[in-house]
Design a binder for this molecule. Structure first.
Ligand code: MOS
Length: 763
């Protein structure tokens, strides 16, 4: 028996510095558009200046005269591509509006031509010389425009299955002691990742390599193969790093198959880096939403009736909706609940996922309404949440696997100094500044998806992990290395991790905050396989094994138990016993409740996400409480946010350093979303106006002087082997409401439309 105690593990749960930090700060990290190509042609997109109508003709003569121009491709000369199904409907694409396939124009900024040239400058020059004659029709821009059509979201796409309801809302609301009805609006927003939408395509005979920032290399590989009609195994997508995505790079956009087809036609690598403004229309965005909330409550604050109606903008072609009522109807105990989500179709590009897609707009509405109800009841808003806290969601009665919402509120109230708050609006000030304290709940579903991994371990303790996960700033390299180091009982410095390559074992989309839970669960499982092989080699000789068991042979159960335990493993002894210097294992993991076709779907780049409110016998969410201090200037109405505080309980925290960055980023984005971010729409032309980083407002350091993150420890064994809930999207869910609730406290003015700008306040 070993007499020395095993060294404490310094892996999972420790603030290990970011694996890719040095590469990133020294510029060694290579992004998709940085990859050098041999003799590339450069592509520049020409986009439509009308939002609706058709192209009558092109005049390409001036464009073709630009020295270095190779070709100008339009719908008249582009090859036909196969149709693509929407990601949210079980397909791959972000939009079924396929440019360059016909003369029809479906939205402003649609790709109508691609210039190919020997240099980027020549391509750009020629692109501005493309002349197009169009017949334009009056477009419909948004909710208030004439010509929109409206329909129920439910049943239109595979992703959108329910409008949750339970009990009898109408009677309960009618009979309620206290009633609240309020409407809320959220604006159009764009992701604006630092890294632009770039695509490089290189053919080697019939093999295609794509360098493109993607949150889902398996989806992109399979989607492009489908559109080009080629074998998916001949397509490879590579991106070691993604420079920001937030949902915008989760599904395939139409540009990729176009660039791949042009590279094949040219028999030459083609490189595209779309411009910032083109990114507003060739990819997705967060569409504007509208909400009507009705709450009936008893005098002591218990909800008796809740109705949440949401409406969202989508394109004419696609019934995309984020639909957050599946979360808002389950957050608090309430016997009578009703909800409905509608889609309003306008002449716009198809919207898509953006960080915490459903929860951000829908919880803004609910958590603002809860604050309004607290005011009406003359009740502390935290106490109102406590009275309605529940361990069972009200729609199907399923238990939460764990739920620390009130723990988060209590810890937050303490750290923030909530007791110093005078409940009376407009009661706190300092000099010219009116002070407000506000809070709101935050939550995000715990989601997981099938993933595979390959793990190689050497006799000297070095390990290599291969998985087609994605480093989108989330710390994927770091936490995967930590999970492997922990399981293999080796120092984290000895682990190398390969991600972002569709030739590696498949991993799901880095979206829906499922990455850490899914990839780490797969990696931990495969590390167990490695340990089993090694223990199998040494266990019979190990004195720990009971002699009696030795005589009947070593059962697989014992090997499995040893592998799964913390039991230290002497690698040299194990490798000597095996007679090799390296072992390698591949394995496929799927979460409980994943469908039978999970692994096949995983290889085909199709998502089989499990979790949140969609599990059979339980419901899994991460929770948090967010606190905001605002100061509103009495004379100028300038709004400042001196303090943001978030307390979160999200299962096991793999790495408090990377987790904290994620949550800080979320809180800052949430504040930005409440006070700054909006894509302005020219309603006459259905066109985005502020499509650049100068006019699209975002916070700078001076706007966020103090951001504090507190993570509560939470053990949840009912979610996944890693015990991870995911937190990439948790941080920015509650902030919109917390900011507006604080503004109400400071000024007595309730703002129900985001973003709140100083011109919206009359103080
Ligand atoms: Mo996230 S919006 O699911 O990438």
């Amino acid at each position: 028996m070993s007499t020395t105690a095993p060294e404490p593990k310094a892996n999972m749960g420790n603030p290990v510095p970011r694996y890719d930090a040095v590469a990133k700060v020294t510029g060694k990290a290579s992004y998709a558009a940085d990859v050098p190509l041999a003799n590339p042609a450069f592509a520049f997109l020409v986009t439509s200046a009308i939002a609706k109508g058709r192209i009558d003709s092109f005049d390409l003569s001036d464009a073709r005269k630009v020295p270095g121009v190779i070709d100008v491709v339009t719908h008249e000369t582009m090859e036909k591509l196969k149709e693509a199904k929407l990601f949210s409907d079980g397909g791959y694409t972000s939009s079924t509006i396929q440019p360059l396939q016909s003369a029809e124009i479906a939205h402003d900024g649609q790709i109508i031509a691609v210039v190919l040239a020997d240099s980027f400058e020549a391509a750009r020059d020629a692109a501005y010389r493309v002349r197009v004659n169009t017949t334009a029709a009056a477009p419909t821009a948004s909710f208030s425009s004439p010509g929109t059509t409206s329909g129920r979201a439910k049943g239109q796409l595979a992703q959108f299955k329910e409008d949750p309801k339970v009990g009898d809302f109408a009677s309960a609301f009618a009979a309620a002691d206290v009633k609240l009805t309020a409407s809320y609006e959220t604006p159009t927003q764009h992701h604006n990742p630092m890294e632009l939408f770039a695509t490089s395509c290189v053919w080697n005979d019939d093999r295609l390599t794509i360098f493109e920032p993607s949150q889902y290399v398996y989806g992109l590989k399979n989607g492009v193969a489908e559109q080009l009609g080629v074998d998916a195994d001949k397509v490879r997508v590579i991106n070691a790093y993604v420079g920001g995505a937030f949902g915008s790079k989760g599904s395939m956009t139409p540009r990729t198959a176009i660039i791949a087809a042009l590279a094949r036609r040219l028999n030459r690598p083609v490189k595209l880096v779309a411009t910032r403004d083109q990114g507003f229309t060739i990819a997705t965005y967060r569409a504007e939403t509208r909400h009507r909330i009705e709450i009936g409550a008893s005098r002591d604050g218990k909800l008796v009736a809740l109705r949440h109606e949401g409406a969202e903008i989508s394109s004419r072609a696609d019934a995309y909706a984020v639909g957050g009522t599946k979360t808002t109807t389950r957050l608090y105990a309430c016997p009578n609940v009703d909800s409905m989500v509608s889609i309003v179709r306008a002449d716009r590009n198809t919207p898509g996922f953006m960080r915490s897609p459903p929860e951000v707009p829908y919880l803004f509405a609910l958590e603002s309404a809860m604050d309004e109800l607290a005011v009406q009841l003359n009740m502390d808003p935290i106490e109102l949440r406590r009275v309605n806290d529940t361990m069972k969601e009200p729609i199907d009665g399923k238990p939460y696997t764990s739920r620390a919402l009130m723990d988060c509120f209590d810890a937050g109230a303490e750290a923030f100094g909530w007791s110093k708050r005078d409940a009376q609006p407009k009661s706190m000030s300092e000099g010219d500044w009116m002070i407000g304290y506000g809070c709101a709940a935050t939550c995000y579903p715990t989601q997981m998806a099938p993933a595979a991994a390959r793990v190689r371990l050497q006799r000297d303790g070095r390990a290599r992990i291969e998985i087609a996960g994605h480093e989108i700033g989330n710390g994927a390299y770091t936490v995967i290395a930590q999970a492997a180091a922990e399981k293999l009982d080796i120092p984290v410095e000895k682990v190398t991790v390969a991600l972002g390559d569709s030739d590696l074992p498949p991993a799901p989309v880095a979206g829906g905050s499922n990455s850490t839970a899914s990839t780490c669960s797969a990696v931990m499982m495969v590390c167990d396989q490695i340990r089993q092989r090694l223990f199998k080699a040494i266990l019979p000789a190990d004195s720990l094994i009971d002699k009696a068991k030795e005589t009947v042979g070593l059962g697989q159960t014992q090997v499995t138990q040893a592998a799964k335990s913390d039991r230290p493993l002497d690698l040299e002894t194990a490798f000597d016993a095996l007679g090799v210097s390296m072992v390698e294992e591949y394995g496929e993991w799927k979460p409980d409740g994943a469908p039978l076709d999970s692994f096949r779907a995983m290889h085909n780049g199709k998502m089989r996400m499990v979790g949140g409110s969609e599990m059979k016998d339980r419901i899994a969410f991460a929770f948090g409480a967010e606190f905001v201090e605002v100061r509103v200037n009495r004379w100028t109405q300038e709004i400042r946010v001196p303090r943001l505080l978030g307390v979160f309980a999200a299962g096991r925290i793999m790495n408090p350093r990377t987790a904290r960055s994620q949550l800080m980023g979320g809180l800052i984005w949430g504040m930005s979303s409440a006070l700054l971010e909006a894509t302005e729409l020219d309603e006459r032309h259905a066109r985005y106006v502020n499509d650049n980083l100068a006019d699209y407002l975002m916070p700078v350091n001076a706007d966020v002087p103090n951001v504090e993150v507190i993570m509560l420890s939470e053990q949840d064994d009912r979610i996944n082997p890693a015990g991870v809930k995911g937190l990439g999207e948790l941080g920015n869910v509650g902030t919109n409401a917390a900011v507006c609730n604080a503004i109400f406290h400071a000024t007595g003015q309730r703002i129900r439309k985001l973003p709140v700008r100083l011109e919206n306040l009359q103080v």
